[in-house]
Design a protein around this ligand. Structure first.
Ligand code: SAH
Ligand code: SF4
Length: 423
């Protein structure tokens, strides 16, 4: 979501006559697009922005902005620690950035743009990083208020963008030659939740757009995922067979304290149903370790469920309190060492699981959308993704870019497939 916002802001700046600098030192404008989901990300912004004091002093035309979720979270407090910042702008106000830059250049002191108005029905001018695969926002904000999570406070309540805007944006992407769209929302399954099957209907409409060959989406909340969605995924040829289904914890007691709205039994049933309806598919997840009150026993349950489900990959996070989220009022009672140990244990386990799953793909033929050139000097000159969202590298000519090709998997790591193109 944040990467897509960066593309949006970048597009806005290009539209307003700015261009890309060749390095940070040579830039006149530096914006930090920030995340506040975990504390570590915020600490890094303070650290990095502090380093820019000299750059700011040297260049009288320099403009420094902090934008995004952390801006919404810390508001004017950012100026206390970082007085050389010119403006602080929340995620709902990013369309004001060209104006804020102009104001900052005429030296009006510290500027704040934080009214948390939502922006679901505005267009999406974006200068995208890829010319093959494009992220498209289908909803903003979130209504779920999971106990650990700051998103509803910084991105506001859930609002779906209109089908028309989404479909127009994707038709335009198809005209520009994009082959894949990744639909983004904190909980895509509740798109237009007032209507029956709002999300499935949207997928059906996108599936008809000529030129688009692949459709992905994230994130699916387990409380709103259903076999109805999985069958729709199976029946629409462009929808890829990958589900990002954050579990968060394998302990029912902790899931309840997290206010996730499902238990492990429901989660396991969803996994079973998904794999039955879509054999050969992949499932990825998010896990938090060290949530307040998480005992060894709770952690053990998470460990066991990861062993049992065998996710293709997992993001594993150490819990950090995020006021004003509800759990920030609970004692953060899992010591940092214990959190770190649990994090390491799960990373190691998941690495083994991912390796074994990937090893089972050696010798198989898979469809890959060729996304870009690989790092220079590599024998495998290109990379792309399988339908199951695995990164694959392989040799081939540049004219394969943007094409769907078949590769045979020759070897693997836990994170990458190495293949050869089949003619
Ligand atoms: N809407 C998505 C998640 C968005 S945040 C969903 O519900 O799945 C991405 C991930 O960050 C979450 O899935 C969670 O695993 C992690 N996360 C959120 N708040 C956190 C916190 N306070 N500490 C550690 N990890 C957190
Ligand atoms: Fe946060 Fe929960 Fe909403 Fe995801 S569903 S953004 S974790 S509150």
């Amino acid at each position: 979501m944040n990467s897509r916002d960066t593309e949006l802001v970048y597009g806005l700046l290009l539209e307003n006559g700015y261009g890309k600098a060749d390095s940070a030192e040579n830039a006149d404008i530096i914006l930090f697009n920030t995340c506040s989901v975990r504390k570590h990300a915020e600490d890094r912004v303070y650290g990095q922005a502090l380093l820019l004091r000299k750059w700011k002093r040297k260049n009288p035309n320099a403009v420094l902005g902090v934008i995004g979720c952390m801006a919404q979270n810390h508001k004017e407090k950012i100026f206390d620690k970082l007085p050389h910042v010119d403006f602080v702008c929340g995620p709902a106000n990013i369309y004001e950035i060209p104006e804020l830059i102009k104001k900052a250049l005429s030296r009006r002191g510290h500027l704040l743009a934080l009214d948390r108005r939502q922006r679901p029905n505005v267009g999406q001018p974006a200068c995208r990083e890829s010319d093959v695969s494009a992220s498209v926002s289908i909803s903003e904000g979130c209504d779920n208020f999971c106990a650990y999570c700051i998103v509803p406070y910084v991105r506001g309540r859930e609002q779906s963008r209109s089908e028309k805007l989404i479909l127009d944006e994707i038709k335009n992407l198809a005209d520009l030659g994009y082959k894949e769209v990744v639909l983004l929302g904190q909980n895509v399954n509740s798109y237009k939740s007032g209507r029956v099957n709002g999300f499935v209907k949207l997928l059906e409409d996108i599936n008809k757009i000529k030129g688009i060959e692949r459709i992905r989406f994230m994130t699916s909340h387990p409380k709103d995922a259903s076999p109805r969605l999985f069958k729709a995924m199976r029946d629409m040829e462009k929808v890829c067979e990958h589900l990002h289904l954050p579990l968060q914890s394998g302990s029912d007691r902790i899931l309840k304290r997290m206010r996730r709205g499902y238990g492990t039994a429901k989660y396991l049933k969803l996994v079973e149903s998904f794999r039955k309806i879509l054999p050969g598919s992949s499932i990825t997840t998010d896990i938090i370790v060290g949530f307040p009150g998480e005992t060894e026993k709770d952690f053990d349950r998470t460990y066991k469920i990861i062993e049992k489900v065998k996710f293709d990959s997992a993001f594993i996070f150490k819990y950090s309190p995020r006021p004003p989220a509800k759990a920030s009022g609970y004692p953060d009672d899992v010591p940092p060492d214990t959190k770190a140990g649990r994090n390491q244990a799960l990373l190691k386990l998941q690495e083994n699981v991912s390796r074994r799953i990937n090893e089972s793909l050696v010798g198989k033929n898979l469809e890959v959308l060729v996304e870009a050139e690989n790092s220079p000097g590599k024998i495998e000159t290109l990379w792309g993704r399988t339908r199951t969202n695995k990164v694959a590298v392989f040799g081939g000519e540049l004219n394969l870019l943007k094409k769907l090709i078949n590769i045979r998997v020759k070897s693997v790591t836990p994170y990458t497939l190495v293949g050869e193109k089949l003619s």
